[in-house]
Design a protein. Structure first.
Length: 179
């Protein structure tokens, strides 16, 4: 568009289009009123995040591996109220060993933050709120200074075994029948 002033006919055409939009678009009318009053138009609402379906196959495959090596599902499905703390502790040790082996064999897991827990750190403007959750008295805008309570965990590599075409991933552990 040139910097020269609009002609009368160009201004009239613009005014007629604006009137039409004012009558059909309440948001446009409200923004125009704010401009006329010397205030800024309302900030556009951010678009809602796009949600995608999570494919369950990998999650179910990992749960199957945790069951095979650590009896993870058996442990969680068991009603432990009838057992002593010592009995639960003994079972937890077996579950822990098996599940730890699966994590070590199939996933590369590393801390989100490298600093030691208890360290003071400053989060700059633009820090990733998915990787760092703020707690406590959160007010204002970054940078934020606080104490690292938990380093967080992230998966940096996944090495799950390939599945055969006919594998039903919903079967976490087959029923066992002794003959």
């Amino acid at each position: 568009m040139s910097d020269s002033p609009l002609s009368f006919l160009e201004r009239l055409s613009l005014a007629l289009r604006a009137v039409g939009r004012i009558l059909t678009d309440p948001g446009f009318a409200a923004d125009l009123l704010r401009i006329e009053q010397g205030t800024t138009p309302a900030a556009a609402e951010p678009a809602p995040p796009v949600l995608r379906e999570a494919a369950p196959d990998s999650a179910l495959q990992l749960l199957t591996l945790l069951q095979q090596e650590g009896r993870f599902v058996d442990f969680l499905q068991e009603n432990v109220t009838a057992y002593s703390d010592a009995e639960i502790g003994g079972a937890a040790r077996v579950v822990h060993e098996g599940c730890h082996k699966i994590l070590r064999d199939y996933l590369q897991i590393q801390p989100v933050r490298e600093e030691a827990e208890g360290a003071r750190l400053t989060l700059p403007t633009g820090f990733d709120p998915v990787a760092v959750r703020l707690s406590g008295n959160v007010v204002g805008q970054p940078p934020f200074t606080g104490t690292l309570v938990h380093r967080g965990w992230q998966v940096t590599e996944i090495r799950l075994p390939k599945l055969t075409e006919n594998r039903n991933v919903r079967i976490l552990a087959p029923a066992e029948v002794e003959l």
